[in-house]
Write a protein that binds this ligand. Structure first.
Ligand code: ADP
Ligand code: TRP
Length: 353
């Protein structure tokens, strides 16, 4: 059985469980992670886990959770994550109990005031009321710190909304190390992480109906959002009715023609996904000056519908038993690594000799 190589550094990230993944998530987060995993797995252990314990920090439909956890693993697989690479670990947080146990210990070394300053808690709790605002939502970052510290991860690629949590992880690791000696590997500072991953902050697919806003699953109408599960014909219609402008000429100008610019980006991405070796610049020069927006939109709509058809076929064809086997073998290996760290911590705080 494979266990982690203690001399190999670790890249770790949590890939959230939900069923309504849109093309912004796919091109902005999922594909880059799959790409990173493939490129870096010779020099690093790559830990990709599904933070399923985090998924009910805000209210959800629990009858759908189990399937959405598996669906996440399926989506990564359909996006090209290799399951036969022994340096890539794919596992569920809830199947490695050390996450919860370490989180409890870290909770007791975390200040109430410190947690109260987390902006994601403020943003999310503003949208909830009364008992919906759970203690779990409040100490979400502590569990996240445990996720990272258990595996001695040095690099943790996350979106901007998570950098405060990463800073907290570094803080709590340093605090514990000062108090108890070298317990944890402290992840690299955020600036160094950005350098390492060559952070591309450029990609932000915009909402089709309101192209000054980013495409987001929290859009209530869904009209401007293309979900990976959308019927291709429905997605086609969404693109045909995308908001454009009255300038009447295709140009890449994010300021004055955000709708058209967004469609040029989407077209480039779906073409790349189809294996075509094209850049945004090439797409721009192909279409600049075109005057009939309807014709332009039809091309984007056709190729996006084709992308969805292909993706959905890949998703339907994933090897379910191989995914299940991958999860189980990773979880077995991860329990060994995580328990080593947990024991070290239990010893340090006086729970073990
Ligand atoms: P949402 O706004 O749909 O809730 P999340 O905030 O859950 O999306 O983001 C999940 C991941 O997807 C993050 O890494 C984020 O950077 C990426 N992402 C979300 N929306 C977009 C978008 N419109 N374009 C590119 N990447 C996006
Ligand atoms: N909080 C992350 C998000 O919302 C998911 C996550 C949980 C995570 N634990 C993590 C990411 C540990 C990186 C490392 O996207």
């Amino acid at each position: 059985m494979y266990t982690m190589n203690p001399t190999k550094p670790v890249i770790l990230t949590g890939v959230r469980a939900n069923n309504d993944i849109h093309i912004g998530n796919y091109f902005g987060a999922i594909l880059p992670i799959v790409d990173m995993a493939k490129r870096r797995s010779t020099d690093f252990d790559i830990n990709l886990f599904i933070p399923d314990l985090h998924s009910f920090t805000t209210p959800i439909d629990h009858s759908k959770l189990y399937d959405s956890i598996l669906n996440n693993a399926r989506i990564y697989t359909a996006a090209g994550l290799p399951l036969d690479n022994a340096a890539i670990h794919l596992y569920r947080q809830s199947r490695v109990p050390a996450h919860s146990e370490l989180a409890w210990i870290l909770d007791c070394f975390t200040g109430f005031g410190e947690m109260s300053r987390m902006t994601q808690f403020k943003d999310k709790s503003d949208k909830l009321h009364g008992d919906q605002i759970s203690v779990g939502l409040f100490n979400y970052p502590v569990l996240m710190a445990a996720d990272i510290l258990l595996y001695n991860a040095t690099y943790v690629p996350v979106g901007d909304d998570q950098t405060q949590h990463l800073e907290f992880t570094r803080d709590i690791a340093e605090r514990m190390n000062r108090k108890f000696g070298e317990l944890f590997t402290v992840p690299k500072p955020v600036a160094e992480q950005h350098q390492f991953f060559g952070k591309d902050q450029g990609l932000r697919i915009k909402d089709l109906a309101n192209p000054t806003k980013k495409m987001s699953k929290s859009d209530d109408t869904g009209k401007g959002v293309i979900f990976l599960g959308d019927n291709p014909r429905v997605a086609h219609k969404k693109i045909m009715s995308a908001t454009t402008d009255s300038l009447g000429k295709v140009q890449y100008d994010r300021e004055n023609q955000p709708g058209i610019s967004n469609l040029l980006e989407i077209l480039t991405l779906v073409r790349q996904d189809a294996g075509r070796d094209v850049t945004l610049e090439q797409t721009i020069s192909e279409f600049t000056g075109m005057e009939r927006y309807g014709d332009f939109k039809r091309i984007v709509a056709d190729e996006t519908a084709e992308f969805l058809t292909n993706f959905q076929a890949r998703l339907a064809a994933v090897d379910e038993p191989a995914i299940e086997a991958k999860l189980q073998s990773s979880e077995q290996a991860m329990n060994l690594v995580a328990n080593q760290t947990l024991h070290r911590v239990q010893k340090a705080v006086g729970l073990r000799r």
